[in-house]
Design a protein around this ligand. Structure first.
Ligand code: PSV
Ligand code: MN
Ligand code: MN
Length: 392
């Protein structure tokens, strides 16, 4: 059985310092095209979403930031929201723009052929930059639903030119200590051509914008079978991996709990992160969850997800790098693969329990939350919880 002392001091400190950002929308009700199920105790406003996110942080000690989505999380006084977050021991993370739920955006937002609608979408992003100022957030996260359904519906190339121009206007409005991160997704809601479908397109736009533009990799946004860790490695080499949206998928953009569908893939991703020394808190890579809990309770769902990321990380830190390099250089295929599999097959749960106890936390965050009575309290107090926005 491995224990904390099996990690070298540097690996141990990286594990101790690892943080995972939570999406505010994970705490709201969500669903599929067919039905949004209401979960008892769902937050009624962004203040309550932050209160729930703060519980995840309280039990894991590893989730001190919450990402907001505008307009889902619009409040009259964002500074009050910031103060509220701080009073709960968390702070506001990335600000996500939403230009996909307005009839005007039927044919796109930043790529729309109608100049007045494109200008409206740019203004929506400038508004998000104002929210960043008020909340102390340093990152604008852009995901676009833009795309077309039929060949010939619009000019593929002209849409890229419009995107270039729109992004440049938004980037110009950022201050020096703020950055933009651009997320890609291969399909949905557009089915024939998405305007930012892959990491290459996102990277090209980021490189054209400047050093404060980076790519967001959502693990659910690739074709089945894609080697995601290869993309991670390549973006890290280019210094352009800005953030992860972690979740897991069996088929498409399922937004299920990270590590639930394919924990081995998560381990392989974390292995590339460790290999590039990108776990360091100052590496510039934000580790975030982007999930919807349609069936399970939201707070324990997020706690489980944070634990899954921690487990994959601990395993990646246990990889015997020297032995791996030696086997690779010797062309010893089985030995090299064996080094990785040994780490992956290690049960790191006792090690993580030890780490939590050292921090003064309960060794099993999920059990501690379930025993706390919080769930029963919010279920009794909150009637008529809000939707995350999906299916609204
Ligand atoms: C839509 O696919 C999506 O899941 C994107 O990944 C965004 O990050 C998220 O929704 C919130 O807009
Ligand atoms: Mn995402
Ligand atoms: Mn998604």
């Amino acid at each position: 059985m491995v224990s904390l002392s099996d990690l070298d001091p540097q690996a141990r400190s990286l594990l101790e310092q690892q943080t995972i950002e939570l999406p505010s929308w994970a705490f709201g009700n969500s669903g599929t095209r067919f039905k949004v199920f209401t979960t008892a105790g769902t937050p009624r406003d962004p203040f309550e979403k932050l209160a729930d996110a703060a519980r995840v942080n309280a039990y894991t000690g590893a989730a001190p930031r919450v990402s907001l989505h505008i307009p889902w999380d619009r409040v009259d006084d964002f500074e009050a929201l910031k103060v509220h977050a701080e009073s709960l021991g968390v702070r506001i993370g990335m600000i996500n723009s939403n230009v996909f739920q307005d009839d005007d955006y039927k044919f796109g937002s930043l790529c729309n052929p109608d100049e007045s609608i494109r200008a409206k979408a740019i203004r929506a992003h400038l508004d998000c930059i104002d929210v960043m100022g008020a909340t102390g957030s340093d990152s604008l996260k852009v995901w676009l639903a833009d795309g077309i359904n039929y060949p010939g519906q619009d000019d593929l190339r002209a849409r890229q030119e419009r995107l270039d121009d729109s992004l440049a206007q938004i980037y110009a409005a950022l201050s020096r200590n703020q950055q933009m991160v651009l997320e890609y997704k291969f399909f949905e809601p557009a089915f024939y051509a998405t305007d930012v479908p892959d990491w290459g397109t996102s990277l090209m736009h980021c490189q054209a914008l400047g050093p404060r533009a980076k790519v967001v990799l959502d693990t659910g946004h690739h074709a089945p079978g894609t080697n995601i860790e290869f993309i991670v490695m390549q973006l890290l080499r280019a210094g352009r991996l800005g953030a992860f949206d972690f979740n897991s998928r069996f088929y498409a953009d399922d937004d299920l709990m990270v590590g639930a569908a394919d924990p081995f893939q998560l381990f392989r991703i974390l292995h590339e992160i460790v290999r590039a020394d990108a776990l360091r808190p100052d590496s510039g890579v934000t580790f975030m969850l982007d999930q919807c809990h349609n069936l399970e309770d939201k707070i324990p769902g997020e706690i489980r997800s944070v634990m899954n990321v921690q487990e994959a990380t601990a395993k990646a830190l246990l990889v015997d790098r020297e032995a791996l390099t030696a086997a690779q250089l010797a062309g010893d295929v089985l030995a090299a693969n064996g080094v990785l599999m040994d780490a992956y097959n290690t049960d790191v749960r006792p090690l993580l329990a030890e780490l939590r106890e050292e921090k003064g936390l309960a060794p099993d965050p999920l059990a501690a939350y379930l025993a706390s009575g919080y769930q029963a309290r919010i279920e009794a107090e909150r009637i008529g919880g809000a939707q995350a926005g999906w299916g609204a």
